[in-house]
Ligand binder design. Structure first.
Ligand code: HEM
Ligand code: HEM
Length: 244
C-alpha cells in the first residue's frame, strides 16, 4: 500500500482552544497563589510619585472571582468539544480502551506515535483535568476562609459542611496538581523524543515531524463561533452562583 508523504505542516488547534489553554494555565497559577495567601491579604497603600497607589495581593475575593472564571472556561471547553473545530471535538479524541491500550503499548516499546490531534493517553489526562477542575471549582463555591470570605453557595449548607468542603477543595487541588505535573512531564517527554506538541498549542500549527504520514487537514471553524459559546458559559456560571 502506498503512503502519502506528510504535509509540511497543518493547522491543528483553533484559536479558541489555544486561548482556552493558556488562559487556564495563567488562572490556575493565580488561583494557587491567591488560595495559599488569601487569608493574608497584603495591602500596599502608599504615595508614589505624587499618586496614591493601592495594591491588594492574595485577596480571597480575587481568588473566588478567578475560580468562577475557571468554571466558565471549563464549561466553555465542554461545549467547544461539541461545536468547535474537529480536533477540539470530544468525538475526535475520546476513544475506547483498545486504541488507548495500543497507544500505551507503543509508548512502552519506546515508540512515540504521531497523531494529528490529541493522542488517546493525552485525551484521558485532559478529561481528568477538566473533570477535576469542575469538582475543584464546584467545591470552592461552598467554601469559606474562616475570616471574611465565603463562596457564593456557602450559605446553602451548614458551616460544618462548608468547612469540610473547603478541606476537600484543598485536597482535590493536590490531585489536580499531580495530574498537571504528569501532563507537563508528558509534553516535555514528547519534546525530547523529537515531537514538539508545545509549539502547536501556541501557534496552532503542527510540523510534519509530529504528524502521521497520512494526516488529513482538520476542519477548523471560525473563532467567532466561540463568542456565543463563551457567553453561554459565563451566563450559566453567573446564574448558578446568583440565582440558586
Ligand atoms: C495549569 C497547568 C495546565 C493545565 C490545567 C493544562 C490543561 C490542558 C488541557 C485541558 C489541554 C487540552 C486542550 C484542549 O483540547 O482544549 C491541554 C493540552 C496541552 N497542554 Fe496543557 N495544561 C497545563 C499546562 C501546560 C504547560 C505548562 C504546557 C507546556 C509545557 C502544556 C502543554 C500542553 C500541550 C502540548 C497540549 C496539547 C497536547 C496534545 O498535543 O495532545 N500544558 N492542556
Ligand atoms: C478550579 C478553580 C480553583 C482552584 C484551582 C482553587 C485552588 C485553591 C487552593 C490551592 C486553595 C488553598 C487550599 C489550601 O491551602 O488548603 C484554595 C482555597 C480556597 N478557595 Fe479555591 N480554587 C478554585 C476555585 C474556587 C472557587 C470557585 C471558590 C469560590 C467561589 C474558591 C474558594 C476558596 C476558598 C473559600 C478557599 C479557602 C481559603 C482558606 O482556607 O483560607 N475557590 N483554593
Amino acid at each position: 500500500m502506498s503512503r502519502r508523504t506528510a504535509p509540511a505542516d497543518l493547522r491543528v488547534w483553533d484559536l479558541p482552544t489555544r486561548l482556552f489553554h493558556w488562559t487556564l494555565v495563567i488562572l490556575l497559577v493565580a488561583l494557587f497563589v491567591s488560595g495559599q495567601f488569601g487569608g493574608l491579604a497584603l495591602v500596599v497603600d502608599r504615595q508614589v510619585l505624587g499618586m496614591q497607589v493601592k495594591i491588594f495581593l492574595g485577596n480571597m475575593d480575587i481568588h473566588m472571582l478567578l475560580g468562577q472564571a475557571v468554571l466558565a472556561l471549563v464549561l466553555f471547553r465542554l461545549m467547544w468539544g461539541v461545536v468547535g473545530s474537529s480536533t477540539a471535538r470530544f468525538t475526535s479524541f475520546v476513544r475506547g480502551p483498545r486504541p488507548l491500550m495500543a497507544y500505551v503499548g507503543a509508548i512502552l516499546r519506546g515508540e512515540v506515535p504521531a497523531t494529528t490531534g490529541h493522542n488517546p493517553a493525552g485525551a484521558l489526562v485532559i478529561l481528568g483535568m477538566l473533570g477535576l477542575l469542575l469538582v475543584q471549582g464546584g467545591l470552592g463555591l461552598f467554601g469559606n476562609d474562616d475570616i471574611f470570605s465565603q463562596g457564593p453557595l456557602a450559605s446553602k449548607v451548614s458551616k460544618d459542611t462548608s468547612d469540610r468542603l473547603t478541606v476537600l477543595h484543598g485536597q482535590v487541588f493536590l490531585l489536580l496538581a499531580a495530574v498537571v505535573v504528569v501532563h507537563i512531564a508528558a509534553a516535555f517527554y514528547y519534546l525530547v523524543r523529537g515531537k514538539n506538541l508545545i509549539r502547536p498549542m501556541v501557534t496552532g500549527r503542527k510540523g510534519a515531524d509530529s504528524l502521521p504520514p497520512d494526516a488529513a487537514p482538520p476542519t477548523i471553524v471560525s473563532p467567532w463561533r466561540a463568542v456565543p459559546v463563551l457567553a453561554v458559559a459565563v451566563v450559566v456560571v453567573w446564574a448558578v452562583v446568583t440565582k440558586i
